[in-house]
Ligand binder design. Sequence first.
Ligand code: PGA
Length: 248
Amino acid sequence: MRRKLVAGNWKMHGSLAENEALLSGLLAGMGNVKAGVAVCVPFPYLSQVQAKLNGSAIAWGAQNMSQQAKGAFTGEVSASMLKDFGCAYVIVGHSERRAIYGESDALVAEKFAAAQAAGLTPILCVGETLEEREGGITESVVARQMDAVINKCGVAALAKAVVAYEPVWAIGTGKTASPEQAQAVHAFIRAKVRAQDAGVAEGLIIQYGGSMKAANAVELLGQPDIDGGLIGGAALVAEDFLAICRAA
Ligand code: PGA
């Protein structure tokens, strides 16, 4: 049985004071949560989050990192720096990074490899745009994004990773994929991995992301191949995020 994992993606939100309140709220409400829980926060707050969550049931991570290990890369943050602050996870290939910052499949695969080399668990985001969905190429887009990583790192690398299926048209829009739509793509991803390694496929956590909230979490998380969520907007309010964690 795969243990469900709910991860918050705070994006570029928060302040020392807001984070303090949010994290206190989360810690206070973790009592009846059985799923794995993590928060992925902006770099400057990693130290705050580490101090606050150390020894708790909530893990933490970052939302991006450099593919480089160290050197003259102004403004970049390496995987080993994230390890220094106790990160367990790092999101790679979020659609906002792909679309706004031009991250290619190849770059995302390099980041994935660098994260694992440092002992971090990458949360690999994949997903199609509305245009791609309407063009009937959802599966080929997701396959291409997955293959970039599998071809570089090998399918066995997915044993120490999480995949997040995030249809771009559902992110931050309030439009959630229906449980059937999401399940179909999750099953496709798992079948694709199974074709290369059945054991890795069975153990692989595949999160759904895109306007997941308390009201739709139970139905989404009830699908056989949906193993958790990557939560944006609803991760910024303790009660909303905890409701999803409890549903999981
Ligand atoms: P959302 O974002 O929950 O606000 O749609 C999810 C994500 O982008 O990871």
